[in-house]
Design a protein around this ligand. Sequence first.
Ligand code: MV4
Length: 498
Amino acid sequence: MAAIKRLLVANRGEIALRVMRTAREMGITVIAVYSEADRNAPHVQYADEAYLLGPAPSNQSYLRGDKILELCKDQQIDAIHPGYGFLSENAAFARQVQDAGIIFVGPSGDSMDLMGDKLSAKQAVKDFGVPLVPGLDEAITDIGQAKAIAQQIGFPVLVKASAGGGGKGMRLVENEEEFEEQMELAVSEAEKAFGNGAVFIEKFVTKPRHIEIQVMGDSHGNVAYLFERECSIQRRHQKVVEEAPSSVLTPELRKRMGEAAVKVCHACNYVNAGTVEFLLDADLNFYFLEMNTRLQVEHPVTEMITGIDLVREQIRVAEGHPLSFSQEDLRINGHSIEVRVYAEDPANNFLPDIGKLEVYRRPQGSGVRVDDGFEEGMEVPIYYDPMLAKLIVHADTREAAMDRMIRAIDEYHIVGVQTTLGFCRFVMGHEAFRSGDFDTNFVKMHFTPALLDRKLSPEEAEVAALVAVMAMQQLQGRQSSSDAYPVQPISAWKLGRR
Ligand code: MV4
């Protein structure tokens, strides 16, 4: 066991604070790093010590692994927590940290490399009996051969870049005629974006849900799954709402998916916290997509339903302790939902909005948690992710959690920048979300900016909502109201209220 006394958090904003809070509870001295734009940031003020890395742009500050390592040597740091983003999934950095005799609070560089490449990940998990989307698990360059395989699989297919992930480097091919052109585009895009033109082909799963399993492994070979998070409410591969548990998993399916996620961990000798992503199709078949080798943004919903502090567990595992729980100890308690509050304008195609937080008042009360990195009066910097906060609720049931979320959103008071709060409230009140009957197409299917326009009178809003719904139904070729996925207008009273 190597006790951690001085922990450097190589990150900023809400996640830096989140990590420092737990570390402090554990009696660990917490050290912040910061850029010139973050001199007065809350994570700097919170830390016991803080060191300047460089100018605001990430590549001159939070991505400077060399500077961070030098600092660690000068300041007798025992361990680095990378948070998410920045250096968190950089295998070379993880190795350098380890080689310098410093603990990296995360998995090994080898696990990162194996899971970072989508093809090597598929190949690694295949032998462990983890279900994969029908398709190829090797790179393909010959277009004729690729086309023959696509025909075998059956259209539509997706051409995916092996070096991609999180939606980057994917191309949908609807039919044989488009195949050559789309494949050529996919390869040249992958070469440009990742310096690696390797692509593979998968059957396109049409109405998938995104279900991910939280896993935790220790250095003694123990691995446990901490159930699922449902993250299907996304726009352009950016998650907006996450919840745990998913309303569609049965205990039996949850166990099978959890056990498959554990197999993925064994396939890459995984240690520390990680997330295994699956697609779940309309018939509840699940397929491994990729593994994220870090603590994720949405980890709080898992903490709320399991009662486990994932950062505490990460630190303990990094010190060499075995997991503090076994699979049999874990139970799901209640329901948790998280919404991400971005400084973006939903009425203007979610364009990032910068400015000063003139008013910033957080919701409070039972079952409400806010993880943020801002205070009233602060400017929202343009250099980093525009996420202002994560608003998390916990309640006994899904229904109560949704109602609590609406209450909390209504208590949240932000003036000075446009935010996605109104959009999140729209989701919370939408029949498709409330019923649990939704998939990754939710935002595309149900959202138009007119539904949020607060300048409209209630009557105008009602008309706008009806027009939007009718247009949507026409696009989908639906005439009757007995469709499986009814699109319902939301009440004008609710729309006009905010
Ligand atoms: C897919 C898919 C359908 N079929 N693969 C998007 C992110 C990346 N992790 C993989 N993604 C997808 N892969 C097959 N074979 C649909 C998506 C997808 C998606 C997945 C999860 C959440 C939102 C999504 C939005 C669009 C597409």
